[in-house]
Write a protein that binds this ligand. Structure first.
Ligand code: ARG
Length: 441
């Protein structure tokens, strides 16, 4: 059993150690590179206020860079019995590592690790959401003249189009992106220096670590910085859950539209799976799994809420458990986004859906509107057409002209793309990348 950073006379019982460390060895691997970056900034700051000599700083930075390189190369692990990433890095630094923890607690260390990890992963998610958005807009434009029945209550209702259908999911991602931006802005503040949650007596230069780590600003109040643990994760998880909600609906529509009873869409063969007994089957398993994975992700904010529910201010070990539900969420989301994008890019559209007379009645409102334009009051025209339908002598005119903004004939995809660009310009990815490069050079 390796000794603990905090161990004094009493030895730690191994069952209790296993219980308290829990899954940290696995979870903290997500945080490893960010723990190192946070330590680089902290050490640089300690030297600037005279708490480390230049020589010690150089030695610590060289050690941290070597650890970072090992992490990047996949040659790093949290050794058996070592409590967490914070302990592992400090131990690897050897003698000089003992000077690194002045003015810091693992409580603010894990806070800053989580912020840096989240910030980096949000960037990946944003890029993939934009990729899916672009694919949906492209399909919307490509199939803007292909009509499709629109449903309310799953009863045929009005004419719709693939231009509208694909474009609707693009616009949904626009709103999700807005939530991702809000989450990003909340994440992009520096909690380092709050130490155990109450600051401390060293004259820390928190602005310096804020700048070194490329944060927009800091969480000023040290008590609030600690209170942000769990709250921040819940906010980010909610933004991801919103993306997941969009894709889950898209997945359900897609499964339904590929069913023979609809026959609106056809999945590329590689996205379908067969049956062990029915030789004809091509099942939309990839979309079904996408739907379930998305629904699982939508439960994460609730799980976090339950873990932090009713905790008072200050640090509690409860917070450690959040990592298990939160950290893996990003890679799952990215996986879903990549898969969905490639399914959307390769999906085939049935261009002749409305030739089938079972959809004729979706043109009833077109007929009512035509008569209204010719001078019949709307309610009277509605009645006339309704009676004709009941008598079985309604003939649809399938040449429709919808012109208002956001309708079949005027999708406004350019406006939707403009709004997306506006949201994207709010992310400060370049500044963050620059800060990281400066730290590592
Ligand atoms: N593994 C801990 C966590 O994730 C690190 C902080 C430990 N702090 C403490 N006071 N025990 O929260």
């Amino acid at each position: 059993m390796a000794s603990k950073l905090w161990e004094k006379k009493t030895r730690v019982d191994s069952d209790i150690e296993r219980y308290t460390i829990g899954r940290d060895a696995e979870m903290d691997m997500f945080l490893a590179p960010y723990d190192v970056l946070g330590s680089m900034a902290h050490a640089t700051m300690l030297e600037s206020i005279g708490l480390l000599s230049k020589q010690d700083l150089d030695q610590i930075l060289a050690g941290l860079k070597a650890i970072y390189a090992n992490i990047e190369a996949g040659n790093f692990e949290i050794e058996d019995g070592v409590e967490d990433i914070h302990s592992q890095v400090e131990m690897l630094l050897g003698e000089v590592g003992k000077k690194l923890h002045s003015g810091r607690s693992r409580n603010d260390q894990v806070l800053v690790d989580l912020r840096l990890y989240t910030r980096a992963k949000l960037q990946e998610v944003v890029q993939e959401v934009k990729g899916l958005f672009d694919a949906l807009i492209a399909q919307s434009e490509r199939y803007k003249h292909v009509l499709l029945p629109g449903y309310t209550h799953l009863q045929i209702a009005m004419p719709s189009s693939f231009g509208l259908w694909f474009g609707a999911y693009a616009e949904s991602l626009l709103d999700d992106m807005q939530l991702l931006l809000s989450a990003y802005k909340i994440v992009n503040r520096n909690p380092l220096g709050s130490a155990a949650g109450y600051g401390n007596s060293f004259p820390l230069n928190r602005q310096l670590t804020t700048d070194l780590l490329g944060f927009d600003s800091m969480d000023y109040n040290v008590v609030y910085a600690q209170m942000g643990r769990g709250k921040t994760e819940r906010i980010v998880a909610s933004a991801l859950a919103s993306v997941a909600g969009t894709i889950s609906k898209l997945a359900f529509d897609s499964c339904m539209y590929t069913s023979q009873n609809f026959g609106f869409l056809k999945l590329a063969d590689q996205f379908t799976t067969g049956s062990s007994i029915m030789p004809h089957k091509k099942n939309p398993d990839v979309f079904e799994l996408t739907r379930a994975k998305c629904n699982k992700l939508q439960g994460v904010p609730q799980q976090i809420t339950m873990i932090i529910n009713n905790l008072p201010s200050g640090y509690f070990r409860d917070l450690q458990i959040i990592k298990e539900v939160y950290l893996p969420m990003f890679d799952e989301m990215i996986d879903i986004l990549v898969m969905t994008r490639s399914m959307i890019e390769q999906i085939q559209v049935n261009e002749n859906i409305l030739n089938d007379s079972k959809y004729d009645l979706i043109f009833s409102v077109e007929e009512v509107n035509k008569r209204t334009l010719a001078g019949t009051p709307f309610r009277d025209a509605y009645k006339q057409v309704g009676l004709e339908i009941e008598a079985g002598n309604f003939t649809p005119d399938k040449n429709i002209a919808h012109t208002h903004q956001g309708s079949i004939g005027n999708l406004c995809n350019e406006q939707i793309q403009g709004l997306m660009q506006e949201v994207l310009s709010g992310f400060s990815f370049q500044k963050v990348e620059q800060a990281q490069q400066n730290l590592l050079k």
